[in-house]
Design a protein around this ligand. Structure first.
Ligand code: ATP
Ligand code: MG
Ligand code: FE
Length: 345
C-alpha cells in the first residue's frame, strides 16, 4: 500500500510517500522559516497562504523525483490537528480533494502521533517493541506517555506551562539569538563552560511526572540582567548561560523519564519531537538508560521536527488497518488530546 503523507500544521510543508512493504520511499520538505523570521515567530495567516502556494508543486516534485504517479497512490494521510487551524485546513482540503478525485481513502492524522511513531520509520535501527514510554518534546508539547500499541496511549505527565521547545525558543529570544532559537541556543551551549552556572531543575523535588519550564526562562532572564548590569556578559559568558539553561532542561527531562520508567516498570524509552534532536538530551538519556539496563530510541534528526514522513507512516499503519475518514469528514482539531485516539482494532 502506497500512502501520501501531508504535514501542514505549522510552518513546514512536508510531504512523503510511505510504502507498507518497502518503507519510506520519498520525502520533501519546505520550511517557511525565512518567511516568519522577521516577525520573530510564526504568523498564522502567512503560514496558510504559503502552504497553499507550496503544496501542489511539492507533491508534483515528490512524485516526479521518486518516479511515481498519482494513480499509484492507495491512500492519503494528512495532519488533522493539533496545530494552526488555517494551516491545517490547507493540507486537509488538499489531501481530501486529491483522495476524492483519485477515489482512494483519506485519513486525518494526529500530529503528535506522527512525532511519536517517527522512530519506527528508521530502517537502520531495530524499532522499539511495544509497550514503551514516550517522551514527546516539541514546540507545543512536553508529555510522558505510556504507549501500549498504536493508538493506545496513557498520559503519565505533561508540562503545566511552557513546552520544552517553547522554553528553548523564548530563552533564545531573550539571549538575542533570533528565531527559530532552539537549535541556535543548543549550538551556543556547546561552547559553554559546564558548571559555571547552575540553574534549578523545576518540579523535580516533589513526586509526579508533570513539568514546568516557564520559571527557568525567568531565571535565565534574571541571571542575564545581573551579568549585563555588572558588565560581565561577554560571548563566553553567554555560552555558559546557554549551557546552564540547556543542562537544566535536559536534566529535568532525564529525571522525569527515569521516574516514568520506574513507575511503569518499562525498559524502553522513545523520544520524539523537535527537542529530541538535541545532542545533550540524547547523550544523557543514552547513558541513563544504559545504567538502568534499558534502551532509548529516537528518530533520525530530519524526522525529529515536523515532516511529511511521520504523517505518511502513521497514516499507512491506520489505513492498512482499514481506517479512513467517513463522509462527511470529521472537523479539524486545533486542540486535540492524544489520549482520545483509538487503536487499530
Ligand atoms: P508541536 O509538535 O508540539 O505541535 P512544533 O511542531 O512546532 O510543535 P516541532 O517541529 O516538533 O514542534 O519542534 C520544533 C521545536 O523543537 C522548536 O521549539 C525548536 O526550538 C525545538 N528544537 C529543534 N531542534 C532543537 C535542538 N537541537 N535543541 C533544542 N530544541 C530544539
Ligand atoms: Mg516548525
Ligand atoms: Fe511538531
Amino acid at each position: 500500500m502506497l500512502v501520501l503523507g501531508i504535514e501542514t500544521s505549522c510552518d513546514e510543508t512536508g510531504v512523503a510517500l510511505y510504502d507498507t512493504t518497502r518503507g519510506l520511499v520519498a520525502d520533501a520538505l519546505y520550511s517557511q522559516v525565512e518567511l516568519h523570521e522577521r516577525y520573530g515567530g510564526v504568523v498564522p495567516e502567512l503560514a496558510s497562504r504559503d502552504h497553499l502556494r507550496k503544496l501542489s508543486p511539492l507533491v508534483r516534485q515528490l512524485l516526479d523525483e521518486s518516479g511515481h504517479t498519482l494513480q499509484q497512490l492507495d491512500g492519503i494521510a494528512y495532519t488533522a490537528g493539533p496545530g494552526l487551524i488555517g494551516a491545517l485546513m490547507t493540507g486537509a482540503c488538499f489531501g481530501r480533494s486529491l483522495a476524492f478525485a483519485l477515489q482512494i481513502p483519506a485519513l486525518g492524522i494526529h500530529h503528535m502521533e506522527g512525532h511519536l511513531l517517527a522512530p519506527l520509520l528508521d530502517q537502520t535501527q531495530t524499532p522499539p517493541e511495544f509497550p514503551f514510554v514516550a517522551l514527546l518534546v516539541s514546540g507545543g508539547h512536553t508529555q510522558l506517555i505510556q504507549v501500549d500499541a498504536i493508538g493506545e496511549y496513557t498520559l503519565l505527565g505533561e508540562s503545566v506551562d511552557d513546552a520544552a521547545g517553547e522554553a528553548f525558543d523564548k530563552t533564545a529570544k531573550l539571549l538575542d539569538l533570533g528565531y527559530p532559537g532552539g537549535p541556535r541556543l543548543a549550538r551556543l551551549a556547546e561552547q559553554g563552560t559546564r558548571g559555571r552556572f547552575r540553574f534549578p531543575r523545576p518540579m523535580t523535588d516533589r513526586p509526579g511526572l508533570d513539568f514546568s519550564f516557564s520559571g527557568l526562562k525567568t531565571h535565565t532572564l534574571t541571571c542575564v540582567k545581573q551579568l549585563r548590569e555588572t558588565d560581565q556578559l561577554d560571548q563566553q559568558t553567554l555560552a555558559d548561560v546557554a549551557w546552564a539553561f540547556q543542562d537544566a532542561v535536559v536534566d529535568t527531562l532525564v529525571i522525569k523519564c527515569k521516574r516514568a520508567l520506574k513507575q511503569t516498570g518499562l525498559k524502553r524509552l522513545v523520544i520524539a519531537g523537535g527537542v529530541s534532536a538535541n545532542q545533550h538530551l540524547r547523550e544523557q538519556l543514552r547513558s541513563t538508560l544504559q545504567g538502568m539496563g534499558g534502551e532509548v530510541y529516537y528518530p533520525a534528526p530530519a524526522y525529529c521536527t515536523d515532516n511529511g514522513a511521520m504523517i505518511a507512516y502513521a497514516g499507512a499503519c491506520r489505513l492498512l488497518a482499514g481506517q479512513q475518514d467517513q463522509s462527511p469528514p470529521p472537523a479539524l482539531r486545533p486542540r486535540w488530546p492524544l489520549v482520545e485516539l483509538q487503536g487499530l482494532a
